[in-house]
Design a protein around this ligand. Structure first.
Ligand SMILES: *Cc1c(COP(=O)(O)O)cnc(C)c1O
Length: 231
């Protein structure tokens, strides 16, 4: 039997506890269910269980699910690497792009979008070579430069913490993200209100919430591992 409801209930409990620890309100946090590794059927179950924000990390997976679930009021989040050639196909159909880290992609969004796109700028705080993202020391100039593109609206910053057990290190990465976010907010860029923080996955979302996350992207802990799909 499907234990989706129980998984969601457990996650909700954890989120509430993290909110209590940090003195935050649950309503400040949006849960994005990352459905990249499960079928459209399973994705529909997640939506029916009450989670309307869904995340995909490949253009073909996103587009396929958008087509198969097109009668649902889903807010789609694109969380994967973006290639210039895929911008056109997805730019009109997503609520949020979590992974803007190259100026060429901003340029492509400007060319293809008819409405401003809500973008998170991905930051590589941990400095891992394998991760994409703007280095912290280049973040301010990157965001300043984005003002040239009125179809790009910088709603916040996104990061992926390294896959390690070191809670203190993960926490310090999330804390640096919050400080970076605050430093951008201070600039009062009109194209970059940058109030949001997209951080925290299955292994670390409670830490992320304690450190200020407003969007958490939860995959396996929420949807399970179905053993199919497009990961
Ligand atoms: C896959 C993925 C997630 C979710 O990962 P889980 O560990 O399964 O929760 C979150 N963010 C991004 C960018 C991802 O690619």
């Amino acid at each position: 039997m499907d234990n989706l409801e129980q998984r969601i209930q457990k996650i909700e409990e954890n989120i509430q506890n993290a909110c209590n620890t940090a003195g935050r309100d649950r309503s400040e946090i949006t849960v994005v269910a990352v459905t990249k590794s499960v079928s459209s059927t399973r994705t529909e179950d997640v939506f029916n269980a009450g989670i309307i924000d869904l995340g995909e990390n490949r253009p073909d997976g996103l587009i396929q699910k958008q087509q198969e679930l097109n009668d649902k009021n889903i807010v789609w989040h694109y969380i994967g690497n973006v290639q210039s050639r895929s911008v056109r196909d997805m730019v009109g159909g997503i609520g949020f792009l979590h992974s803007l880290s190259r100026m060429s992609i901003a340029k492509e969004i400007q060319k293809r979008a008819s409405e401003p796109v809500n973008c998170f700028v991905q930051v590589n705080v941990s400095g891992e070579d394998s991760k994409s993202g703007v280095p912290p020391e280049e973040l301010e100039s990157f965001i300043a430069e984005l003002s040239a593109y009125d179809k790009v609206r910088v709603v916040g910053l996104m990061t992926m913490a390294p896959h390690i057990d070191d809670e203190l290190l993960i926490r310090s990465i999330f804390r640096q993200m919050r400080e970076l976010r605050d430093s951008i907010v201070e600039k009062e860029f009109t194209h970059a209100p940058c109030n949001e923080l997209s951080m925290g996955m299955s292994n670390d979302y409670t830490i992320a919430i304690e450190e200020g996350a407003t969007f958490v992207r939860i995959g396996t802990a929420l949807v399970g591992a179905e053993g199919e799909g497009n990961r």
